[in-house]
Every structure is written in C-alpha cells, then in structure tokens.
Design a protein around this ligand. Structure first.
Ligand code: 6PG
Length: 490
C-alpha cells in the first residue's frame, strides 16, 4: 500500500471518477459543478484525462496519471466512482483501487453491472476491508451531466459519506433529490436492472401504439408526432412519450424522408432487459410485458427469419383502415396507459420478490419517487405509484391500488378493442396483448391451471390439492382411478 503522504499530489478531492468516456466525464463535470466538491479524475489512457481537464477548466479537476496519484489526490475516506464497461473492465479497476486505497475507503461501481456480480464484488471488497457500492445510474449522457436518477446499494457506512455527495448531483423531482439508499450489496443494481426492463416494456408499448396508428389511420410520422405531443400533456406525460414525438418529427437530411422510415427496423439491446426477464423466471415473477418487449427486439433483429415473411399468409383483408381516426387514437391511448400500468406493476413485483430472495429491505414507494426525475422512465405516472405505496406499503399487486383500478376500468373496453383490432388486422401487438392477458389472468376466478395440475398428476404423479379439503392427492390414473392421499411433490 502506498503512503499517500509521500506522493507529490495533496489530497484535495472529496470524490474521484475512474473512466472518462461520455458517462464518466459527464458525471465528473456534474460532481464538479456542485458546491463543495473537488473531483479527481483518472482514465486508463491519460490523453482522455488531459482533454477533459483542458476542455473544462471551470471544473477545477484534479487529474491523475496513475492509480497512485489518484489515491493521493483523495481525502479520506477515499471515495471513487467507477464508470467503465460492465464486466471484466470493472473487476480490473476494482483490483487497482484496492491496491492503492486503504481499508474504510469507498469504491462505487456506477456501470450497468449485473446485480449478482455486484453481490460477489461487495463480498470480496468488504472482506478486504473496503466499502463497495453498486450504483444504478439512469438518465443517459444528459442525465449524468445535469442530474441522473441514482440507485446506490452497498453498506450503511458508505451511505453516510456518499449520501450528501449523491444528493448534490441527482435530478430533483418535486423538491426531492432522485436518490435513495436502495438496500445492501446488489440492491441498487437490481433495481436499475428492473428500471431497464420497464424501459423496454414502455418503449415497446409506445412502438406498438405508433404502428397501430400509422397503419390504421394512414397518418404520417410527423402527424403522429403531434398525437404523442398531445398525449404528453395528459396522464401519459413522460420522457419516453416526449422523445417519441421528437424522433417521429425528424426528417432525414439525405433523403428528405421521415427518419423513422430510413432507420433499419432491427432493435438492439445490451442485455439488461434480458437480465430482468431471466431473473424474473428464477424468482417466478410473471413479467410478461417486459418479456414480450425483450422478445420483440429479438424477433426484429432476426432478419434471416423475417425474410420468410412473404410466404406466411395474413388476414384476407390486408387493407386496414379505421373508420374514425380520432376515436381509434383515443382507444390506442387508453390501451397504452392500461398496458403501461401492467408493466410497472410487474416490475415492482419483481423488485419485491428480489428483495425477499436476497434479504434486502427496499422501500417501493421510495423507488417510485427517485424514478420521477432524471431517469429514462421518468413520468408523471410515478407520482400515482408513490401515492399507492404511501397509502398501502404492503400492496400485494400495484395495479390493485384504487387509482389504477379506476384507470384500468376506464381503459379496459378500449384495450380489448385494440387487441382485437390488431389481431384481426394482422398487426403484431405482443406487449398490448400479453398485458391484457395478464390482467385477465389476475381477474379470473378460476384458471385452467387446475387442468395442468391434473395433467401433471396423470403423467408424473405430481399430485394436486383439492378445493374442498386440505391435503395433497393423487389419482391412480393407470390403476382403478381412485384417489389417494399423497406426499406433496409440487
Ligand atoms: C438509462 C438507460 C441506460 C441505457 C441502457 C439501454 O437508464 O440511462 O437504461 O442504462 O440506455 O443501456 O440499453 P439497451 O441498449 O439494452 O437498450
């Protein structure tokens, strides 16, 4: 361990940033712009550090060309935020920081790391005597610079030092900074993962709404931009609706066509949506809206499979035009709102299940409040979620809160019409339809799961429970078909 007192740099910085690509640079500039912060910066290639420092003299950065200098520049407990690519690069930086830091110092990973990696890292770093915080950062490049939504996990001890610094840089929504200590070890990255899963669902629902309106009314992208701009003045008000209008209004300079018609229709994904679904499968939480959104991106990007499209028969009447465009658009709006409620409800269910599984205490109301500003899914609607958890913290399922029951009741007829219209016209609306199926699944007094239990018992003696008495039973299917009491095999 180096002796910081002998290094040439004096410890003037209260926070450091490692990794100066766009997100790291912007976060560093955000930190530097807040009263009381002096920011040490380090990047693997020093050139990037120099460029940042030269381009932003106002920030008063303390540049470091080695990890030793970086450690020497930081006041104790040293606090450093890592903003590098998730995975191997994060592990490599953690190792370097542990080499030059001292016990009690705080290492924060602000990348989109998988929460199970964060749990592993937190344990290893803690055992070496340091504090480790996995922190979700949402809001893209602009959020990092002007105010992101921050989802830190990690130990309480680190939060004492980190809390005031993070509060100073987070977005502010209705007077409150969009940051809370989410829970221990991987809780912050878990919540950020689900945030991204909800982001996928929200984006897919918006895309389905756009597609239905375009194909049903023949409106141009610019005209549909007006529809979204209008929606953004009501209960759907959100960042994603707002930017949808911007994207749809954009014309391509080279061809003069709407940009959306020039972009290849294959959606990319960096993996956080898939993680949300994989984790939900492990936890047994039906996040069907998020799953459909993730699969819809996969389907779009399998060009070789989509090339068979001409061979697959569609509805006999391919010309799909709705009789009343305004009425149809209102139905789509309601279907979008209802499906969005389902997606968020499923996401919050996953957070609750994750907390139970991993032993975190997560305040769901606080999560909805820190998502009101700074992040990609920021929306007026999150206030309603916050209200719902404030009224009933142990709400078994978010969509059963009175506000959402009313909204779903108001929307459901239109929602059903839209799903039927889409199916009839051969327009894929997987997120709309799976959300409706989920809703009807919750509503159903009896589900055909009883038949599945019968089938399971038939071929595998998996047993079933009866509606009229306690215990576990098996029918002797290959014998005389009488019923016996049996051990529960699930
Ligand atoms: C955010 C975003 C951000 C990023 C994701 C999206 O909250 O700021 O979610 O994390 O945009 O990487 O990932 P995909 O590339 O998978 O869409």
């Amino acid at each position: 361990m180096p002796d910081a007192s002998t290094a040439s740099v004096s410890p003037t910085a209260n926070i450091g940033v490692v990794g100066l690509a766009v997100m790291g640079s912007n976060l560093a500039r955000n930190l530097a712009s807040r009263e009381g912060n002096t920011v040490a910066v380090f990047n693997r290639s020093y050139e990037k550090t120099e460029t940042l420092v030269t381009e932003h003299p106002e920030a008063g950065f303390v540049p470091a060309s080695t990890y030793e200098e970086f450690a020497a520049a930081l006041q104790k407990p040293r606090t450093a935020i890592i903003m590098v690519k998730a995975g191997g690069p994060t592990d490599a930086v953690i190792d370097e920081l542990m080499r030059v830091f001292e016990p009690g110092d705080i290492i924060i990973d602000g990348g989109n790391s998988l929460f199970t990696d964060t749990i592993r890292r937190e344990k290893a770093v803690r055992e070496a005597g340091f504090n480790f915080v996995g922190m979700g950062v949402s809001g893209g490049e602009e959020g990092a610079l002007l105010g992101p939504s921050l989802m830190p996990g990690g130990p309480d001890e680190a939060w004492v030092t980190l809390g005031p610094i993070l509060r100073s840089i987070a977005a502010v929504a209705e007077g409150e900074p969009c940051v809370t200590h989410v829970g221990h070890d991987g809780a912050g990255h878990f919540v950020k993962m689900v945030h991204n899963g909800i982001e996928y669902a929200d984006m897919q629902l918006i895309a389905e709404a756009y597609d239905l309106i375009r194909r049903g009314t023949g409106k141009t992208p610019a005209e549909i931009a007006d529809v979204f701009a209008e929606w953004n003045r009501g209960e759907l008000e959100s960042y994603l609706i707002e930017i949808t209008a911007e994207v749809l209004r954009q014309n391509d300079a080279a061809t003069g066509r709407p940009l959306v018609d020039v972009i290849v229709d294959e959606a990319g994904a960096k993996g956080t949506g898939a993680w949300t679904v994989q984790t939900a499968l492990d936890l047994g939480v039906p996040v069907s809206g998020i799953a459909e959104a993730t699969f819809a991106r996969s389907l779009s990007s399998h060009r070789e499979q989509r090339d068979v499209s001409g061979a697959l028969p569609g509805p006999s009447d391919d010309a799909f035009t709705v009789p009343d465009a305004d009425a149809f658009i209102e139905q789509v709006r309601l279907a979008l709102y209802a499906s969005k409620i389902v997606a968020y409800s499923q996401g919050f269910d996953e957070i609750r299940a994750g907390a139970a599984q991993y032993g975190w205490t997560i305040d769901l109301g606080a999560i909805s409040r820190i998502w009101r500003g700074g992040c990609i899914i920021r929306a007026q609607f999150l206030n309603r979620i916050a209200d719902a958890y404030a009224a009933e913290p142990e709400l078994p399922v978010l969509l059963s809160a009175p506000y959402f029951v009313e909204a779903l009741g108001r929307a459901q007829a239109a929602w059903r019409d839209i799903v039927q219209i889409a199916a009839g016209a051969g327009i894929p609306a997987p997120a709309f339809s799976s959300s409706l199926a989920y809703y009807d699944g919750l509503r159903a007094e009896r589900l055909p799961a009883a038949l599945i239990q019968g089938q399971r018992d038939f071929f595998g003696a998996h047993t079933y429970r009866r509606t009229d008495k306690p215990g576990t039973f098996h029918t002797l299917w290959s014998g005389d078909r009488t019923e016996i009491e049996a051990e529960d095999t699930h």
